[in-house]
Design a binder for this molecule. Structure first.
Ligand code: SOE
Length: 395
């Protein structure tokens, strides 16, 4: 049968780790979800034509460009999907929005608050012309996380008192793990703080529905130089201890306390040195009526404690968030047949395409990305001068 849906041409900039995650999402989303528009993998763009061409062949991108500006001139491209390091986000996103292209931009939104402000302003202007922008905090779209938000919003946890966020990885624990763009401040903006701390900030604000108003932080770079071994999409690895070394210009780890607008207090930690923890993105929230706990290393499970139950039998219970009634699950597998890392990216595509078709502004918006950027900047400023910094969010 002929597919009569209008096509949505996608032009993706960048093709490495995130490029692969996004490519599979554009391919998979229309196969499992009934999308209102039909995404077409029109062009992938990268400065290395061979590498971009290889990704095009593997994922089925129809053409390859080596200059992202060309994507903006093509009439067969409707969406610019930005999967490049943070230092390029503002220029590409603003130009794309001005050219009338919808934009999906990887997180963190930018490397500085000034860039993020310009991007949010461009998105506001673009929205007036029906052009949409979304920032890629994909973990929001893990079914257990989306369900946690529903539970909090329904009042199931009562008044929120504590928010505990951790993002623990260990791919830099080896002091001979090589330098990569993620360790270069001019490209990445910051280290563990912006790369993975940004996720827990977004997730905490999303699940609680409350903004972080002030922070007090510290940051550390444990290993100051690393082997120069050529960049790669892979995290970690090891190099010879004799290799020439270059400076690490970002934080290896960051920790901060926070106040939320609704009166809750938070404790956050982001590190690439938590040996044994591979992708432990954790969130625990304690309220007057109960608690929830999530760990991405067990991503199909949400723990729930109901403080209104008889204490004799009350206890944390493991909810398998794999029922058709849970967010996103109905499109996938039977109960208990869990999802993985890549599904958040697929859900992101589903939500973006749905909003574009409806003419609605998607979330997380560039304004949401800016709010996260302000928290990141406040943590950095606090770590530098040892005082508490406000984020500008309403208290
Ligand atoms: C590296 O720490 C990284 O790939 C992040 O950049 C991603 O946002 C996260 O999903 C996994 O870890």
């Amino acid at each position: 049968m002929t597919d009569t849906r209008t096509e949505l041409g996608i032009g993706m900039v960048g093709y490495a780790f995130m490029g692969a995650a996004h490519s599979q999402a554009w391919r998979t989303a229309p196969a499992f979800f009934d999308l209102p528009l039909r995404p077409r993998l029109t062009a992938v763009c990268g400065r290395n034509e061979d590498a971009a061409g290889d990704v095009a062949r593997r994922f089925g991108w129809e053409s390859v460009e080596t200059d992202w500006r060309v994507l903006l001139t093509r009439d067969d491209i409707d969406v610019i999907d930005i999967c490049t390091p943070g230092n390029t986000h503002a220029e590409i996103a603003i130009a794309a929005l001005e050219a009338g292209k919808h934009v999906l931009c990887e997180k963190p939104l930018a490397n500085t608050v000034a860039e993020a402000e310009a991007m949010a302003a461009a998105a506001t202007e673009a929205a007036k012309r029906g052009v949409r922008a979304m920032v890629g905090f994909t973990y929001r779209r893990t079914p257990a996380v989306a369900y946690a938000r529903q539970l909090v919003a329904s009042g199931r946890l009562g008044t929120i008192r504590h928010v505990r966020g951790q993002y623990l990885q260990d791919w830099l624990a080896d002091e001979n793990a090589p330098l990569s763009w993620r360790l270069d401040k001019s490209l990445a903006g910051s280290g563990a703080l912006g790369d993975i701390g940004a996720h827990i900030i977004d997730m905490a604000q999303y699940v609680t529905g409350s903004s972080i108003t002030s922070v007090s932080g510290l940051m550390e770079t444990f290993v100051k130089t690393r082997p120069i071994a050529g960049d790669s999409a892979t995290l970690g690895g090891t190099s010879s201890a004799d290799a020439e070394r270059g400076p690490v210009t970002v934080d290896d780890a960051a920790a901060f306390t926070a106040r939320f607008a609704d009166g809750a207090i938070g404790v956050f930690e982001a590190t690439r040195f938590a040996t044994g923890r591979k992708n432990a993105l954790r969130l625990e929230i304690n309220g007057t009526r109960g608690s929830i706990a999530f760990d991405f290393e067990d991503m199909n499970v949400l723990e729930l404690f109901d403080a209104t139950e008889d204490p004799a039998v009350a206890g944390f219970r493991r909810i398998m968030v794999t029922e058709a009634t849970h967010p996103y699950i109905a499109a996938w597998w039977p109960p208990g047949h869990g999802l993985g890392y890549e599904h958040g990216f697929t859900h992101q595509v589903v939500d973006l395409v749905t909003d574009i078709a409806k003419g609605a502004d998607p979330v997380p918006s560039f304004a949401d990305g800016l709010a996260v950027q302000r928290v990141l900047a406040a943590v950095e400023a606090s770590a530098a001068d040892g005082t508490t910094h406000t984020t500008g969010a309403d208290s």
